[in-house]
Design a protein around this ligand. Structure first.
Ligand SMILES: NC(=O)c1ccc[n+]([C@@H]2O[C@H](COP(=O)([O-])OP(=O)(O)OC[C@H]3O[C@@H](n4cnc5c(N)ncnc54)[C@H](O)[C@@H]3O)[C@@H](O)[C@H]2O)c1
Length: 349
């Protein structure tokens, strides 16, 4: 396929590596002067592009998309998440209606992750006769160094803009669609700034999603067991990933009525395996005995290649932008303003 990647920063470079490795013919666009072209308008023969990837900062997504659709109204576009800022969502839907032949998909890494799919299969198997009582999802990393360098500063969704899209994708993969939709329609019982979101509603398990970009671990007891390095175990036990440490504490845990837990833990071999980012574990059991299996693979690459293939075969008018998830994230994000976020980082520096 002939693929054009617009924005070749941190995430665009990953798209580039993945597409090149898969044998796609790639052309890059970036306004930084280090790409093949510095504007979409300069891409040669835009009508023959098979797929576009938009990986500019979120604030530029709509401008870039508009430009792409001007040159190729039936374009196939993989748009980084979040698709745009909350106030721009109506403009995005209008743009899609005005281009009924375009095909647009938001990059949904965890929906296409093999580890998440295997986890969801285990959850379905074990919960058939042992109902789910509680779902807990945590995505914690110390991003204070990134924030100091101007990365991971989301002025639209706040803290919810970083990980909640991924966390919702995991919850969606576990439950039937109507039960999952209940969470999106229910006002959370609790939202705290670091941030913790608890949702209780009739006929669905209690859901708690927690993400900290300051490295404050929320649920050390639910996934600490899976980590192999002494340092990682120590950080989890202290419930704090220190400044500058690259470790990510990410898991989804499903508790069943019997007390059995089905848990997926991402990257638990941090500190002991060079390719730890490509190894994930699903564990079934409890503190006394656990059965575990490992899933190898790079979620990001798997998702990008799967979605490019889906786009390639998608009918005209296909748009998978996860509007309800973005609206939900927008409502959660209002609780933390960017000023508050910087004030917190500065007060702790
Ligand atoms: N899928 C994921 O898990 C994931 C993770 C992190 C970030 N993201 C998203 O990826 C996107 C990019 O984030 P990043 O961290 O790579 O940003 P970045 O700042 O590292 O890179 C953005 C690049 O876009 C270029 N650029 C800016 N405006 C442009 C324009 N109008 N035309 C062409 N190039 C332009 C910049 O020069 C820069 O090289 C954001 O939307 C972010 O939310 C997704």
């Amino acid at each position: 396929m002939r693929v054009v990647i617009v924005g070749t920063g941190s995430i665009g470079s990953r798209h580039l590596g993945c597409c090149e490795q898969a044998g796609h013919q790639v052309l890059t666009v970036d306004s930084n002067g280090r790409a093949d072209c510095d504007r979409v308008a300069l891409v040669p023969d835009p009508s023959s592009v098979d797929a576009w990837v938009v990986a500019t900062p979120t604030a530029a997504h709509l401008l870039v998309l508009e430009e792409i659709l001007r040159y190729q109204p039936d374009a196939r576009v993989l748009l980084e998440k979040p698709v745009c800022y909350p106030a721009e969502l109506p403009d995005l839907t209008r743009m899609i209606h005005q281009h009924p032949r375009c095909r647009i998909v938001v990059n949904d890494v965890y929906t296409y992750s093999r580890a998440v799919r295997r986890f969801a299969e285990s959850v379905r198997r074990f919960s058939e006769f042992d109902p789910i009582t509680r779902i807990t999802v945590e995505f914690t990393k110390n991003r204070e160094l990134d924030v100091a360098n101007g990365r991971f500063v989301d002025t639209g969704y706040g803290e919810a803009g970083y990980e909640f899209f991924h966390m919702l994708s995991i919850v969606r993969s576990i439950l039937p669609g109507d039960r999952y939709q209940t969470y999106l329609r229910t006002e959370p019982a609790l939202i705290t700034p670091e941030m913790r979101v608890r949702i209780s509603a009739p006929n669905v398990p209690e859901l708690e999603m927690y993400a900290s970009s300051r490295g404050v671990v929320g649920f050390p007891e639910l996934a600490g067991f899976a980590f192999s390095s002494t340092a990682a175990k120590h950080y989890v036990a202290r419930a704090r990933i220190p400044y500058g440490v690259d470790m990510r504490y990410r898991f989804a845990d499903v508790e069943l009525e019997s007390g059995v837990h089905v848990t997926v833990v991402f990257e638990p071999s941090y500190g002991t395996a060079v390719d730890y980012k490509n190894k994930h574990v699903v564990s079934i059991g409890g503190a006394e005995s656990r059965h575990q299996y490992t899933i190898s693979g790079n979620h990001f690459d798997e998702a990008v290649l799967t979605q490019l293939d889906l786009l390639h075969h998608a009918d005209e008018g296909t748009a998978v932008i996860r509007l309800a998830e973005h609206q939900c994230m927008a409502c959660l994000g209002v609780s933390v303003s960017i000023d508050e976020k910087f004030a917190r980082f500065e007060s702790e520096a």
